[in-house]
Design a protein around this ligand. Structure first.
Ligand SMILES: Cc1ncc(COP(=O)(O)O)c(C=O)c1O
Length: 447
């Protein structure tokens, strides 16, 4: 592609900024090639090193990709504008919102009731990132579930940990394998950090062994997998799949493996960890789904280098993760009433998810959603299906933000949907699938 847009500037920062402007104004589109370094350098009267530095800056910002053969080009930008498009969609009156992926607020434990009775040792400047008591308990719990947890720290949630682990271990342009379909926010972050995504196909037992092998063979430096309640499909990594993946990964020492266990306590499937056979890993357990997204906390086990780098990254910025929140989470972890409430919540989530899957099955749409808060339903055309459902009073998420190469689908969050409403929603989905050319009849369509 020839570049019509002429970058300007006399420094690396200015050149990068002018290209960023071009992207924002629409003068540069995804796939457009940037001029060869020497050509632009002579046109601008700067050294090739200056242009190369400006291209590196764009790569770090996730705006461009490059390789030896094609040079540097504008990446496909998944978000419509230059900011994250993660805001909630406004819900029209009378419409039931099944688009968010959130847990049901009514099923979250009440943190305030624990605050008053809890012991609190305030942290201050110079405090460690992670509260030692929380970490001791996390270590004990993770080790009990088969995760190598000698080194544990914490972060501001799963996405924060995964982003920091990737950026402190890899360089922009490196390949990162992510589930496809997968967590939209994660795919966005991986791209924004300047990595190239390699899609991992997924079935109800997790990322396929063959898919992970192909990604590793294609040079993926890191693999990110979800242990349970995979977003959006609900897949949970089975014991057998975990064994296969561990054996495969053992043949690739040094590759980074990140495992996201965001639904701990909310799924009835035991953990079958994948991490630990390459020497480089981060096992990330967020409390968002069980205890509340607003707590912004995840505990992270990893090899010493990964844990140290993550802690350094946090201490260089925010300093530490609020020890008030950490001690609150520890109090909730150790509270028998909260544990009972979580067990009941996991049953409720299963009932709500299964009710919809069963009703869809009765209407000839076979979907599998083994765990989690969502049901992923293949459709012919996402926009048609989403608007047909909206017209019928249901807001669901179009699948495109969760997909790289996988087929069109919609994501329906069932976390807050009473079982009595499942038949009504299944009717609407069946009608929407019919108008959108649904292909939901395949037995494996949940993956
Ligand atoms: C797959 C997955 N992991 C983790 C999380 C939680 O992320 P965080 O801890 O950053 O809130 C979510 C939330 O939607 C998710 O979908």
């Amino acid at each position: 592609v020839t570049l019509q847009y002429q970058p300007t500037g006399g420094t690396a920062a200015a050149i990068a900024e002018s290209i960023e402007h071009g992207i924002r104004d629409g003068a540069l589109a995804s796939g457009d090639a940037l001029p060869p370094i020497r050509q632009l350098a002579s046109g601008l009267g700067v050294s090739p090193g200056t242009v190369a530095a400006s291209y590196r800056l764009l790569g770090v910002r996730g705006l461009t990709a490059s390789d030896r053969r094609r040079g540097t080009w504008i990446r496909e930008l998944r978000t419509e504008d230059m900011t994250f498009a993660r805001r909630a969609i406004p819900v029209p009156d009378g419409v039931t919102d099944c688009s968010t992926g959130n847990p049901d607020a009514a099923l979250l434990p009440d943190p305030l009731s624990r605050l008053a009775s809890m012991e609190y040792h305030p942290a201050s400047y110079g405090s460690p990132v992670a509260d030692p008591e929380l970490i001791a308990e996390a270590r004990r719990r993770l080790a009990g579930e088969g995760v190598a947890a000698e080194h544990v720290t914490c972060s501001f949630g799963a996405l924060d940990a995964i982003g920091r682990i990737l950026s402190s271990n890899l360089a922009p342009g490196d390949r990162v394998a992510v589930e496809d379909p997968g967590w939209a926010a994660l795919i966005d972050v991986v791209e924004r950090l300047g990595f190239l995504t390699v899609p991992l196909p997924i079935d109800p037992e997790g990322p396929t062994t063959d898919g992970v092998w192909q990604a590793l063979a294609a040079g993926a430096r890191a693999v990110v997998v979800t242990a349970r309640a995979q977003n959006p499909t609900g897949a949970a990594i089975s014991l057998q799949r975990a064994g296969e993946l561990r054996a495969l990964l053992a043949r690739y020492p040094g590759r980074l493996v990140i495992e996201d266990d965001h639904a701990c306590g909310l799924v009835e499937v035991p953990l079958a960890p994948v991490v630990g056979t390459t020497g480089r890993y981060g096992f990330v357990r967020s409390v968002a789904k069980g205890y509340g997204p607003d707590l912004r906390l995840a505990v992270v086990a990893g090899d010493p280098a990964t844990v140290t780098r993550l802690e350094q990254a946090i201490s260089m910025g925010a300093g530490w993760v609020s020890h008030l929140v950490q001690q609150l989470v520890l109090a909730m972890w150790n509270d028998a009433d909260v544990s009972d409430q979580l067990t009941r919540a996991s049953v409720t989530y299963r009932e709500r998810r299964s009710a919809l899957c069963e009703e869809l099955g009765r209407r000839g749409i076979t979907v599998t959603a083994p765990t989690g808060l969502n049901v992923w339903i293949p459709v012919g055309d996402e926009a048609t299906a989403v608007s047909a459902l909206l017209a019928g009073g249901w807001l669901v998420a179009p699948g495109n933000r969760f997909r790289i190469k996988s087929a069109a689908a919609i994501r329906v969050t069932t976390s807050a949907l009473g079982v009595e409403r499942a038949p009504e929603l299944a009717d609407a989905i069946a009608a929407a699938c019919a108008s959108a050319g649904g292909r939901g009849r395949r037995a494996d369509s949940g993956g």
